[in-house]
Write a protein that binds this ligand. Structure first.
Ligand code: NIG
Ligand code: FE
Length: 414
């Protein structure tokens, strides 16, 4: 049995603690071990502690990983991504730079619909090659687990194709991928003016197939008044729940339009975006134990300044999560350190809070907290050796930070 020891960590940032998402002041408690070390057997963490304690457990065959006096954290968990899409929208990025807004571009038939056209045309193998490239981007940034949504197919066949690609990415790369069905991401071209007909297709045909082939763990809906309003989003999510799927919602992104309230009413796992969520909705999320997933990269990338009220959420006791929202339109960002930096400067979260939101709280939102999100005995050996001596440097050196080493399931992947 392969025994591996990680030694010489200036800070081993374990995030050990209660077996539940962290709230309030707990979000600032990182359980750091100075000059820490970790013992790994067969891709699982066997022991974590001070160097002297761990060194006493080594034998002559133990393989040593020298962290070089650097910071080690759990691999990042990115709980909101749109992994699979064809092409990109650099053309729309240029349009936004000249002042046209993200919503105007969508109204003119661009936006999500333009990516849908290209993704429908791509073969499953072409999409897999792109998804594998994106997987390398995530791993290179220190992310070892992602949630991955469909939503750029919007036909029965194309949505299933995307979810199969998520599964194939998980099987062919070291990145752990949790699939989410987002058939209600937009109303496709052929259903414009007939939203009701598209909702029937999602509920009557897509969802049963997703459940039958076990292609997704969660169902998500883009809940906005002009896309899928609260009532329609609720119907889709209730149908998903009857089929055993967990629930996530894109809500309150452009207006406080009941997305967070719906998440609370349905007891969803998460409510995501929440840039315009008000105090009453925050209280409802707290009462229903829904985790907010904040996506400052998408606020930044669309050129908005309206960031989600993270401080009010932490003060209300919500187990806040940060994610990239990686997608070709509103957030072409795959880096959790970039998102953490934006959360610090734009939403006034502390570096410690952002690390909790990017690891253990994110893992909880995916029901994966028993496997990943902290460095504790029994969990998967997913960790990052950062080019830093103090964890605060991770969000501080914006855009420059590159992990020195990344390990997923005990294997060095970067
Ligand atoms: O989370 N808001 C809806 N969905 C994505 C954007 C997708 C796109 O622009 O292609 C989001 O921001
Ligand atoms: Fe999204």
């Amino acid at each position: 049995m392969a025994l591996v020891a990680l030694v010489n960590c200036s800070q081993l940032v374990t995030l050990a603690g209660a077996n539940r998402p962290r709230v309030g002041a707990e979000m600032r408690e990182l359980a750091i071990i100075h000059d820490g070390a970790m013992l790994i057997r067969d891709a699982r963490i066997e022991a974590v502690g001070a160097r002297s304690k761990i060194e006493a457990l080594l034998n002559s065959d133990t393989q040593i990983i020298d962290a070089g006096g650097r910071v080690v954290t759990p691999g990042f968990v990115d709980a909101h991504t749109h992994l699979v899409f064809a092409g990109n929208r650099a053309d729309e990025f240029e349009m936004r730079c000249s002042g046209i807004t993200y919503q105007e571009i969508a109204r003119q038939g661009g936006g999500i619909r333009s990516t849908v056209r290209r993704t429908r045309d791509a073969t499953e193998n072409e999409l897999l090659a792109v998804a594998q490239k994106h997987a390398r981007w995530f791993l290179r940034s220190g992310t070892t687990t992602i949630e991955a949504k469909s939503g750029y197919g919007l036909t029965v066949e194309a949505e299933m194709k995307i979810l199969r690609v998520v599964r194939e990415t998980e099987e062919t790369t070291p990145l752990r991928c949790v699939p989410t069905f987002l058939g209600a991401h937009e109303v496709p071209d052929e259903f414009v003016g007939r939203t009701g007909g598209y909702i029937e297709l999602v509920i009557d045909e897509m969802l049963p197939l997703v459940a039958l082939h076990k292609l997704a763990s969660f169902c998500d809906v883009f809940c906005e008044p002009h896309i899928f309003d609260q009532h329609s989003a609720g119907r889709i999510l209730e149908a998903a729940r009857r089929l055993g799927l967990g629930l996530r919602i894109h809500g309150d992104q452009f207006s406080c339009s009941g997305g967070a309230m719906l998440a609370a009413r349905l007891g969803a796992a998460t409510a995501d975006h929440l840039e315009h969520t008000d105090a009453a909705s925050i209280a409802a999320l707290a009462a229903a134990n829904v985790q907010p997933i904040l996506l400052p990269g998408s606020v930044y990338s669309i050129g908005s300044r309206h960031y989600a009220p993270a401080r009010a959420m932490i003060e209300a006791g919500l187990a806040v999560v940060l994610a990239t929202d990686f997608n070709p339109g509103s957030s072409p960002i795959a880096s959790m350190p970039v998102v953490m930096s934006l959360a610090c400067t734009q939403m006034k979260m502390t570096p410690a809070e952002t690390l909790t939101a990017a690891t253990i709280n994110a893992a909880s939102s995916l029901n994966l907290a028993a496997q990943v999100g902290s460095l504790e005995r029994g969990k998967s050996a997913d960790f990052v050796v950062h080019e830093a001596g103090d964890y605060r440097e991770i969000p501080y050196f914006l855009g420059t930070q590159r992990p020195a080493m990344v390990y997923a399931k005990g294997e060095r992947v970067v």
